[in-house]
Design a protein around this ligand. Structure first.
Ligand code: SAM
Length: 272
C-alpha cells in the first residue's frame, strides 16, 4: 500500500464515517490485503476506484465491515448496568409512570451483546410489570455484518460465560450440541437492529431517555466527537442519561451535558 493509497482510504473513511485511521496504516493494510488480492484487483487504487464507482453501495459496506473494529463482549463495563439498575431506572420509572414508555438507543451495537444485556436488565428490573411498559431498544451500528450476527443472536458458550447464571437460564437457550446458545424470543423482541451511521443527520422522532454510545468515539477525532455530542444532546429527553466507554473522554468545556461520573452524563431537567 503506497502512502498515497493509504491517504485515499483513510480520508474516505474519515469523511464518511468519522473513523480516523490516519495512524493505523499497518492495521488497515493487514485487514484489506487479502480481500483486495482475492478480488483480483491490481492495487489498492484499483480497488478504491471500484468502491467509489459502485453506486449500489455494496462495496462500500464491505469496506466498512472490514475496517471497523467490532470487538465487544457480554458484561463489558458492567458498572454502567449497575448504575442503571440502582439510580437511573428507579428515577425514570417514577417519572414516566403515566406513559410507561422509555426510549433507549444503543448507537454502536456491534454484534448485539450490549443491547441484549440492556434488554435483560430491563426485564429483570421491571419484573411482572414489564408487560405494561414499552422499553424497546433501538440498536444501531454502521457495520452490516456485525448487525447480521446480532440479529441472529447466537453466541458460543465461552461468550455467554460471563453472564449471571439466572440470566443465562432465563434469557438463553442451548442449541443442539450444547456449544452454542441463542437469545430467547422474549429478549430478541425487545431489540430492534438497524444500520445507522452516526455521522448522518439523526432521524429519530422521539427523544431518548437512555443512550449508550460506548467505545466508538475512540475512533473519532476531537471535532467529530464534539459535533456528535451536540447531536446526541439534541435528541435526548431532559433528565436523560448518556453512557460512553469508561476509557473514553469528551472535552468537558464543549459539552452541554452535566457530568455525573466519568463516562456517565445527563441532560439536565428543564433543558430543551
Ligand atoms: C468496539 S465496538 C463497540 C461495541 C459496544 N458498544 C461496546 O462497547 O462493547 C465499536 C462499534 O462502533 C461502530 N462504528 C464505528 N463507526 C461508526 C459510525 N460512524 N456509525 C455507527 N457505528 C460506528 C463499529 O462498527 C463497531 O461495531
Amino acid at each position: 500500500m503506497t502512502e498515497e493509497e493509504f491517504r485515499r482510504i483513510y480520508r474516505f473513511l474519515k469523511a464518511r464515517y468519522g473513523i480516523d485511521m490516519s495512524r493505523k496504516k499497518e492495521i488497515m493494510q493487514g485487514r484489506l490485503e487479502n480481500y483486495v488480492r482475492a478480488g483480483g484487483y491490481q492495487s489498492f487504487s484499483d480497488y478504491m476506484n471500484a468502491v467509489e464507482s459502485d453506486f449500489t453501495g455494496k462495496m462500500e459496506r464491505e469496506l466498512v465491515n472490514i475496517l471497523t473494529t467490532n470487538h465487544t463482549f457480554f458484561m463489558r463495563e458492567f458498572e454502567h448496568f449497575d448504575y442503571l439498575r440502582s439510580k437511573v431506572l428507579p428515577k425514570l420509572k417514577r417519572k414516566e409512570e403515566r406513559k410507561r414508555d422509555l426510549c433507549i438507543w444503543c448507537g454502536a451495537a456491534s454484534t448485539g451483546q450490549e443491547p441484549y444485556m440492556l434488554a435483560m436488565l430491563l426485564k429483570d428490573f421491571f419484573g411482572l410489570e414489564h408487560e405494561k411498559w414499552d422499553t424497546k431498544i433501538l440498536a444501531t451500528d454502521v457495520a452490516v455484518e456485525a448487525l447480521q450476527y446480532a440479529t441472529a443472536g447466537i453466541y458460543d458458550k465461552e461468550q455467554i460465560d460471563p453472564l449471571p447464571e439466572p440470566w443465562k437460564r432465563r434469557f438463553l437457550r442451548p442449541l443442539a450440541g450444547g456449544m452454542q446458545y441463542e437469545i430467547t424470543r422474549e429478549i430478541k423482541d425487545e431489540v430492534l437492529f438497524r444500520q445507522f451511521n452516526l455521522m448522518d443527520v439523526f432521524p429519530f422522532k422521539r427523544k431518548m431517555h437512555i443512550v449508550f454510545l460506548r467505545n466508538v468515539m475512540i475512533y473519532f477525532d476531537k471535532d467529530t466527537k464534539r459535533q456528535l455530542m451536540q447531536k446526541v444532546y439534541d435528541i435526548m429527553e431532559p433528565g436523560g442519561y448518556l453512557f460512553i466507554g469508561r476509557t473514553e473522554t469528551i472535552d468537558r468545556s464543549s459539552t452541554p451535558f452535566e457530568l455525573i461520573q466519568p463516562s456517565i452524563f445527563r441532560k439536565q431537567e428543564g433543558k430543551k
